[in-house]
Design a protein. Sequence first.
Length: 477
Amino acid sequence: MNIRQRVTLWVTGAGLCTSALFSLVVFWEMREQPYDILDTQLNTTVGLLVDLLAERKDGTDEAALLAPISGASALWLCVYDQALHPVYQSPLARLVALPPPTSIPDHPYTVATRGAYRPVIDFVTGQPHESYRVRARQVDLAGVPRVIQVGIPIEKLHEELFDLLVVLGGGLAVSSIMLLAISFFLAGRIVQPVHSMMRHVRQCNEETLERHLPLSGRRDELNALCADLNRMFDRLRYSFIRQKQYLAAVSHELKTPLAILRLFFDEAEQRVDLPADFCVTLRRQGRNVLRLDRMVRSLLELSALEASGSMQWEQLDLTELIRSVLEDFAPLTSHRHLRLTTHLQEAVVLEGDRDKLRRLLINILDNAVRYNDDNGWLELTLAAHDDWVVLVLANGGRGIPSGELERVFDQFHRVEKSRSQSHGGVGLGLAIVREIVRLHRGSVAMNSQATAWTRITVELPQCRNYSEGTSSRDTQV
């Protein structure tokens, strides 16, 4: 679960809890308010009936006095004598029997009973019943004790409370959905700068460290984080520059002593007055010095490519350049008895640096010949389409394990160190290839099947003004 989803759930949960609490408070208040109104009405009605009966004239029948009032409304009314025998019952009281008050409370109360008058289904129990809000009062009418009991049906009140509960529940569900959508949108806006930083960091490498994260100018944590990341990128970029300068300086300082050592070993090997065993050791050390000299020269070349990145742009025929390099490699392929097959499209023209492209071709062909089997094969293909030049070189041999393919372009990486040492490799040839391809704004990829074949694919734009940001052909490893 990502940050956006967590923020959405947190905000929605907090809003849902707040809405539920508010709904409960509203329901409780709405539940009590109708009862207060009914209680006030009952107290008023009982007071009016007591006043009416107290002001009656001698000989006036109670039934005749109360019938017009109780019959004209849905009022449950019953007057009891001292023994709680009904003296008068309204039409509703004769249909629905409420228990007489054995004790006279000083406040209204609720009574539920069964009857034939407008049965209502209880939404909790599912049983038909009638509920009444009842008020009882004991009075003395001209020396005659009476108990007046008045009730009002409250089934409609229960229905209205149930409807209110349904409305509140529906409103809570709708508000939760709206809150979920709004919080998801706002969470997306909040984490949008984080996604921008993630995209920048994923694309970050030693060539793009100068690209800083944009600062919003706001005094918040995200802006401070962007500023800290920019400072970290600056420190990393400075470290890479210092590392490249150090390698270039060391390689340059080693170049002259190594040249002197090579001259010494070359002259020593020409002498005939040295012991045979010493000559063997001398030739072995001479090969080590030669290998060290090659490594230093490769380091100097790679450092120059990474430090300056200067290009001598010109229009050149890549087909003719490849044929020229193949002529130089003809003695090597013939000596190893390698079968070379070429599929070269004629007059493939592109803008590039001739010397650097020649170095690229030499390096990939040198690898293909060096790590091939005797009596093996090579296949070179060149084609141009959609303003891109595609160069594919495949060779037989032991191949490269799949776990090593991602690192073959790293500096000083060798798939099999013992085999590379026996062939004289130093692990910088493909790193130089990658750097030359990058300077030409192209891509390079390596594929292989262990113990069978290896294939390297180089794609270069034909136009110098090609923009990296408009193509999906990113450098592959």
